[in-house]
Design a protein around this ligand. Structure first.
Ligand SMILES: [Zn+2]
Length: 635
């Protein structure tokens, strides 16, 4: 904003305009958003730009991962070898690497967000060998309690140089259900399962936050080759494109999979009867399934010898005529999962064409039945439910995460609202088309707003900008409901067309990168051509909540004037519902723009020649903390 004004000042050198512009500048400064000192430094170094673009000095590091694992259910041991080529694109010389060993969350004594049960506990990741550029490093498995582990290098890793890591490791899957582990005796879900290099970034250096099993992802965009070796009759589903279907599947099943890539209707690739006959996979003692994926933030794996397998596909990119594969792996008796592929095709198509209106960026998506209700790149791990509509909604939510945090590279450990808030928003928007406005909004209010608005706790009203890593009690509402309401309020204020233009500006600039909240604010400002800082300041940097009060309604020359006080503080949209003495009624929608000049109290003009009987405020999904003062009745 300041740069822009400088340019305009140069262009227009009349003293009167300078005075006017100085006044605007003062106002703009008054609306500058708080920026922490470490973030300011990133802008100063030019890795981020005040206009919302990645800065001219933007960089991010990159790894090429080749991972080979072996699993043989019901044995719970997973053995792995991996090679990582890690490339330092930063301007900094790195003397050490920080490794993430997320499976150490299962170790007794590991720090956790919540308590856990005995069947969650394991010995964590056991590193057998760790080599840096071919040189073996000492590794202390006994004391490696944490999910972060520093590793010394043979020589400093210079800017634009790379280092090669060779790691051999093993771990036991936890028996207890969680985000990963044993689903049933011969169905496993593997996530966070391999040692990886932490993100080293421009505003924080090494990401050394402990994984506490609450905040979810912050990963670099890497390339992966993943080999999973399992005994015959086990099918494997994973992130990436399967490289060798004809090698691991009998011809009939490989053909069905191939056919599903152009089929709108669901194809049963392997049924329960076929699996029971044990003729689906190639009959070698062991089969190695291989996937490749590029520019992706993580990989996950599902394994089972009795999960049925469905697939179809849907057009996601009209211009490129590209279809995405939708697959599901589940227990045959789970009725909801029988609909999973068609629900998924609907979601992939809808997200691609409507909101966010960006073609689904991956070649496929697999829904795997587990216990997590959790997203992974190209996979979701969802629990079974008897309620079909709820099953669809949860799957929609997890698939929506494809855009945030995966396509957009969100730092979810610090800024969970940058992805959960959007997944929650898309869940409502797609829900409206699936079950209608009323039902979708009822659900949204029940699950995303009620718990917050009726909870007076200090922690619930912490500013949304509060780092997610520093929250406990308020985490859920600050990551999901409140930010989602801010996105919906902005959509209401800008209108769909301008909101989408701004959103696409942000998404086009930052996909495949690591945006932070200020990149979102700045990109939405430049994408919409407006200074929305007053709005962002209100929604992200305050302790506000939703609560309006109808103070007074008085007669004016042209009708009536309703005085509305913003008790809670959030600049929300609302409807003014007017009932006339003749029994007729009218509703006047107010967007958050009504609060731009005065965020505390405003008056709404009701232009009418009729006599008003009553006036009521209706905030819709922006639920009011105190509805007792939302109505006025003529005496
Ligand atoms: Zn989510």
């Amino acid at each position: 904003m300041r740069n822009l004004l400088k340019i305009i000042c140069k262009m227009l050198k009349t003293s009167l305009l300078t005075v006017v512009l100085a006044a605007i500048l003062l106002q703009a400064n008054a609306q500058e958003l708080y920026m922490p000192r470490d973030i300011k430094l990133a802008y100063k170094k030019g890795s981020r730009s005040p206009d919302g673009q990645p800065g001219k000095n933007y960089w991010q590091n990159f790894g090429r991962y080749t991972i080979s694992i072996t699993a043989a259910p019901p044995g719970r041991e997973v053995k792995g070898t991996e090679q990582i080529i890690y490339i330092n694109n930063s301007p900094d010389t790195l003397n050490r690497l920080n490794m993430k060993l997320i499976m150490n969350i299962h170790r007794p004594g590991a720090a956790r967000f919540g308590s856990t049960s005995a069947d969650y506990l394991t010995d964590g990741i056991q590193v057998d060998t760790f080599k840096v550029d071919g040189q073996k490093k000492n590794w202390n498995n006994v004391n490696a309690r944490a999910t972060n582990q520093g590793v010394g290098l043979n020589k400093p890793l210079m800017p634009h140089d790379s280092v090669k890591l060779d790691i051999v490791w093993h771990y036991q899957l936890a028996k207890g259900p969680g985000r990963e582990g044993v689903i049933d005796s011969t169905s496993f879900y593997l996530a966070y399962f391999y040692p990886r290099v932490s993100v080293y970034d421009d505003y924080n250096g090494w990401d050394r936050l402990e994984f506490l099993d609450a905040q979810e992802f912050y990963n670099d965009f890497n390339d992966y080759t993943l080999n999973v070796t399992v005994p015959k009759n086990f099918i494997v589903w994973a992130t990436g494109t399967l490289q060798n279907p004809k090698k691991v599947l009998q011809p009939e099943y490989a053909e069905r999979l191939e056919k599903s890539f152009t089929s709108d209707s669901t194809i049963h690739i392997a049924t329960a009867q076929e699996l029971a006959k044990k003729g689906v996979t190639t009959q070698n003692d062991w089969n190695t399934w291989t996937w490749k994926s590029t520019d992706i933030s993580d990989v996950a794996v599902g394994i089972s010898d009795h999960y049925v397998w469905d697939a179809a596909s849907v057009l996601v990119d009209d211009k490129a005529n590209r279809r995405a594969s939708m697959q599901a792996a589940y227990l045959d008796k789970s009725e909801d999962f029988h609909h999973s592929v068609q629900f998924g095709c609907n979601a992939l198509g809808w997200f691609s064409h409507h909101w966010p209106g960006v073609p689904y960026p991956f070649p496929k998506m697999t829904a795997f039945q587990g216990f997590a209700d959790m997203e992974y790149p190209m996979m979701v791990n969802d629990s079974h439910t008897g309620d079909l509509k709820f099953a669809q909604l949860v799957q929609d939510h997890e698939i929506a995460h494809t855009y945030f945090p995966f396509y957009m590279g969100i730092n979810e450990s610090r800024y969970a609202y940058m992805d959960e808030g959007w997944a929650t928003t898309y869940e409502l928007l797609i829900g409206r088309t699936e079950v209608g406005n009323t039902k979708a909004e009822e659900f949204y209010k029940q699950f995303r707003v009620t718990g917050w608005i009726n909870d007076r706790s200090t922690t619930e009203d912490l500013p949304v900008i509060t780092p997610s890593s520093e929250q406990r009690g308020g985490y859920g509402n600050n990551a999901y409901g409140k930010p989602s309401l801010s996105y919906l309020a902005l959509k209401d204020m800008l209108g769909d067309e301008l909101f989408k233009k701004a959103l696409h500006t942000y998404m086009d600039r930052w996909h495949g990168k690591h945006p932070i909240p200020w990149d979102y604010f700045n990109s939405m400002n430049s994408g919409s051509g407006r200074n929305l800082n007053w709005f962002f300041n209100n929604w992200f940097f305050t302790n506000y909540y939703d609560d309006l009060a109808l103070e007074n309604v008085t007669k004016t020359a042209g009708g009536y004037k309703a005085e509305v006080k913003n008790v809670g503080g959030f600049v929300i949209p609302f409807d003014v519902k007017v009932t006339y003495a003749d029994g007729t009624a009218e509703s006047f929608h107010q967007t958050p723009a009504v609060w731009e000049k005065n965020q505390k109290v405003i008056s709404i003009a009701i232009k009418t020649t009729k006599s008003v009987k009553s006036v009521e405020l209706d905030n819709g999904i922006f639920m009011d903390a105190d509805e007792s003062n939302n109505k006025w009745t003529a005496k």
